[in-house]
Write a protein that binds this ligand. Structure first.
Ligand SMILES: NC(=O)c1ccc[n+]([C@@H]2O[C@H](COP(=O)([O-])OP(=O)(O)OC[C@H]3O[C@@H](n4cnc5c(N)ncnc54)[C@H](OP(=O)(O)O)[C@@H]3O)[C@@H](O)[C@H]2O)c1
Length: 329
């Protein structure tokens, strides 16, 4: 697998999003999740993405178990945000409030280190910007963790361009993570240009549109009862029809290039710049292998222009109202 740089952090050009192995996307299979993370190492996909929120806590533990004995062959990114003092692993109702305070940043890292079975995190992100705490305080505390060697690099997720600039003035930010894909291009307006100006790497999450662009779904009824996407505006009635037409177009263009829709979606993100490292999520080895192969797909200027001309943006917001309030715009 080729490598790319997120500022001063070398990672595989395609990462692996581990979230769905433990949370949000219906039924999980711990053994297949672990096998997927181990298989990722065999094929050179060594950049893993997890978070305290996923489970909560269980996804970090799963990653920790999967990488045991091979820690240094992976680059591990995780995220803090909510207080987890009383969190019960696997029980989303047990998480505490959002907290970007220095005290929480310093304390939160210990649990992640323990669950991941490591003495350092390669990339530690704030999962959502806390509107009640100045970003300077949060990032100042993250910088202390770097000085102590507990964290190698710091990142922000779903931060606005202004927040990114303020944060970077306190301590170098290695990567910003936000949703970015064929059907979600909002970051092109301000966030991506700010990252480029400051030399910050960009990690597009949900590059497959949470599976929709991969052609996985034709109705929310195909999703498990506990699947968060059942209530996602893009998967629900009013927007579903338009989004299905969009997914059909992705399928058509992919077929012409003799690749799968998921591979086309990943290749498109890779083609947006060398400073981008997508983290497609999957629970299973078969998709991991298929997605990793997208690194070798070349999209020509004509392909990219056609995609721009023929693929509309998704119908519907990417989160419900509460979710949209949590993103720093
Ligand atoms: N910072 C944030 O706030 C944030 C938010 C969301 C996600 N993330 C991170 O980003 C990662 C990726 O995002 P995501 O998982 O939400 O969405 P995604 O990567 O866009 O899509 C994942 C979905 O696509 C399916 N899939 C994967 N490869 C496929 C293939 N080749 N063919 C058909 N279907 C395929 C998966 O199925 P299976 O599950 O059945 O394998 C899953 O349902 C997450 O794992 C997480 O680490 C971060």
């Amino acid at each position: 697998m080729q490598e790319r740089s997120l500022r001063d952090l070398q990672v595989s050009a395609i990462g692996l999003g581990c979230m769905g192995m433990s949370a949000f996307y219906g039924t999980t299979d711990q053994d297949e999740g672990i096998a997927t993370i181990r298989r990722a190492l065999d094929i050179g996909v060594t950049f893993l993405d997890t978070a305290q929120l996923y489970g909560p806590l269980t996804n970090e533990s799963l990653v920790g178990e999967a990488i045991r004995g091979h820690r240094d062959e992976y680059v591990i990114a995780t995220k803090f945000n909510y207080r987890m003092d009383d969190a019960v692993p696997g029980d989303m109702s047990s998480i505490g409030r959002q907290d970007g305070s220095a005290e929480h940043v310093r304390g939160s890292v210990h649990g992640s280190l323990e669950r991941l079975g490591t003495d350092h995190i390669d990339l530690y992100y704030q999962h959502r910007v806390d509107p009640n705490v100045p970003i300077e305080e949060t990032v100042g505390a993250l910088g202390e963790l770097v000085a102590e060697g507990k964290v190698r690099h710091i990142g922000l997720s779903e931060a606005s361009a202004e927040t990114i600039r303020r944060a970077h003035a306190v301590h170098p930010v290695t990567a910003v993570q936000s949703e970015y894909s064929l059907w979600t291009r909002d970051v092109e307006a301000e966030v991506l240009p700010a990252c480029r100006e400051l030399g910050i790497g960009f990690v597009p999450y949900s590059p497959l549109g949470r599976g929709f662009l991969a052609g996985r779904f034709s109705s929310p009824d195909e999703l498990d009862e506990n699947d968060f996407r059942r209530a996602n505006p893009r998967f629900t009635e009013a927007n579903l029809e338009a989004n299905l037409r969009l997914a059909a177009k992705v399928k058509e263009i992919a077929a012409e290039k003799d690749v799968t829709p998921a591979q086309l979606a990943i290749a498109w993100v890779l083609a947006q710049g060398e400073d981008l490292v997508p983290i497609p999520g999957t629970k299973r080895r078969a998709y991991l292998e298929q997605n990793a192969a997208a690194v070798d797909i070349e999209l020509t200027k004509e392909d990219l222009a056609r995609i721009d001309a023929e693929l509309p943006q998704a119908a519907g917001e990417r989160y419900d109202e509460a979710g949209m309030r949590s993103v720093n715009r």
